[in-house]
Design a protein around this ligand. Structure first.
Ligand code: NAI
Length: 334
């Protein structure tokens, strides 16, 4: 099958080409993001393969359908950027990679916690300049601290296990109890208690209408003063402007982000020689107690191989049976 692969970077080409070594599919790599202006690049393909910041709204789906596209193959687990209702109405199938490496994301989350707590980002810069002073680098023992997890699915459960390994007390809030977390001794509480008691709060829920701006000014004001907030889920789970106000007042002690509400115009590109026009994002970068990574939590060899292999499996199944191996449908919205 001919597949137009949007938002491709060299690493995507490498891993997808390896997974497609048998040459069952003709992969056409396009650097551009999928949106209404670029959809025509899929002309001649039955499938588009997209990533987290591609736009798969109703207008784009109509444009794709009109040129013969019948499958949207996501190279990610999250599907908040796809209009599943419009896809169903058009008869365009959607497939995803439901799980590739929860460890990759959970381990990156732990890296953000350790970096912020022990000020590794500041220490690294200092030591390179011959400054070996310790003032301003004081951290705290993770052992015995309370970690609050929002969403105990695959990634949240992995992160719970890692933090339990440090000797933390792990609390969580989620619609369902995950038996793995239960066995680990994770205590499930309501969100207000989680906010009030957590020294470190980490977000691992999907972005849905219910979780958009879950962490807003009200939630931030309920948090333990000086607590750490980590978001490796989706940017819009956090109200960034409210977070900036909480950092300025000192209510929020530190912030680690791998995702950002408006990341679509920033991430996955080298903008080092350009002016950043997003003043909210630029303000975030000025805080000494904020660490931002550019949506790289998933980015390990293991995860990239798994994403590529699962994507090719979705294509194989669609070609043979007319639907992806891992279907996403309107039922997932319930
Ligand atoms: P999952 O589907 O296994 O787990 C998500 C959990 O969140 C579910 O257990 C669900 O019940 C829970 N949840 C839903 N609404 C909630 C709410 N209002 N409050 C608390 N919990 C709620 O998903 P997985 O694989 O653990 O991924 C979690 C999220 O991480 C994804 O939705 C995606 O947005 C993000 N992600 C980020 C990556 C990165 O590179 N930064 C890579 C992969 C995923």
């Amino acid at each position: 099958m001919r597949v137009t692969v949007f938002s491709t970077r060299p690493y995507d080409r490498e891993f997808l080409a390896r997974a497609n070594a048998a040459g069952r599919h003709e992969l056409v790599f396009v650097d551009a993001r999928l949106d209404a202006a670029t959809a025509a690049a899929a002309q001649g393909s039955q499938v588009v393969c997209v990533f987290v910041n591609d736009q798969v709204d109703a207008a784009v789906l109509h444009a794709l359908h009109a040129i013969g596209v019948r499958l949207v193959a996501l190279r990610c687990a999250g599907f908040n950027h796809v209009d599943l209702v419009a896809a169903a109405a058009l008869g365009v199938a959607v497939g995803r990679v439901p799980e590739y490496s929860p460890h990759a994301v959970a381990e990156h989350t732990a890296a953000l916690v350790l970096t912020l707590n022990r000020k590794i980002h500041r220490a690294h810069a200092r030591v390179r300049e011959g400054n070996f002073a310790l003032e301003g680098l004081l951290g705290f023992d993770l052992y015995g601290r309370t970690v609050g997890i929002v969403g105990t699915g695959r990634i949240g459960a992995c992160f719970a296990q890692i933090m339990a390994g440090f000797g933390c007390r792990v609390l969580a809030t989620a619609p369902d109890v995950n038996p793995e977390c239960d066995a680990l001794g994770v205590r499930y509480v309501e969100l207000p208690e989680l906010l009030r008691t957590s020294d470190i709060l980490s977000l691992h829920c999907p972005l849905t209408p219910q979780t958009r701006h879950l962490i807003d000014a009200g939630a931030l004001s309920q948090m333990k003063p000086g607590a750490m907030l980590i978001n490796t889920s989706r940017g819009a789970v956090v109200d960034t402007r409210a977070v900036i106000r909480a950092l300025k007042s000192g209510q929020l002690g530190s912030l680690g982000l791998d995702v950002y509400e408006e990341e679509g115009d920033l991430f996955f590109r080298d903008l080092s020689a350009e002016v950043i026009h997003d003043d909210v994002f630029a303000r975030l970068l000025t805080f000494p107690n904020v660490v931002v990574t550019g949506h790289q939590a998933f980015f390990t060899e293991d995860a990239m191989s798994a994403i590529a292999e699962c994507t090719i499996a979705n294509l194989d199944t669609f070609e043979a049976e007319g639907c992806a191996l891992h279907v996403v449908s309107v039922e997932h919205l319930a």
